[in-house]
Design a binder for this molecule. Sequence first.
Ligand code: URA
Length: 212
Amino acid sequence: MRIHVADHPLVAHKLTALRDQRTDSPTFRRLVDELVTLLAYEATREVRTEPVRITTPVAATTGVRLAAPKPLVVPILRAGLGMLEGMVRLLPTAEVGFLGMIRDEDTLAASTYATRLPEDLSGRQCYVLDPMLATGGTLRTAIRFLLDRGADHITAVTLLAAPEGIAVLRDAWDAGPVPVTLVTAAVDERLNEHGYIVPGLGDAGDRLYGVV
Ligand code: URA
C-alpha cells in the first residue's frame, strides 16, 4: 500500500485550525472543504487519462482528458459527506456513490447500513472519502466492498490517520493485486482507549454536523 502524507504549510495551517476545539461547525466545514481540495490534487496523481486532439488559436496539438470509465468518488456516510465537494471540485465529471457505515462505539466494529453504488465496478478507479482512519475497520470494510464489485484502483483520502489504522490497511493490502493508496493530511500519534485519534480533532461527524 502506498501512503502519501501531504507535506505543505497550507495543509498544516488548515489542519491546525480544524484540530482547535474552538473552531465552530461552519468554519470546520469550510476548512474541511479547502483541505480536501488540496488533498485531491495529490490523490488524483494517477487518475487515468487518454490523449485528445485539440486546436489552440495557434496550432493543432495533443492534450489529455480523463479516460472512461469515469472515476467514482465514494464518501462514507456520515462524516465523509463533508469531504465530497472538495473532491469533486477537482473531478467534476466523476460519479458519486454512497456507502453508509457505522462504528459500534463499544466493540469499534464497522458495519454497512446503506449502499448506493454501481453493481459492477470493473475497471473503475475509486476515491474513498473518510476523514478519520482510526482503527481501520471502516475503511477496510469499505475498500473490500469496492474490490468485491470489481474496482481495480483504490485511493482512500483521509484528514488524519492513526498508525494502528494504517497497519490494518497495510496488513490487508500490502501484497494485493489491486493498488491501494492512502492520501492523508497527517499521521497522528495513536488511538486512545475509546478509539479516538490522539491528538486528533475529536468526532469529525459531530464537528461537521452536530451531535445528532
Ligand atoms: N472517528 C472520529 O470522528 N474521530 C476519531 O478520532 C476517530 C474516529
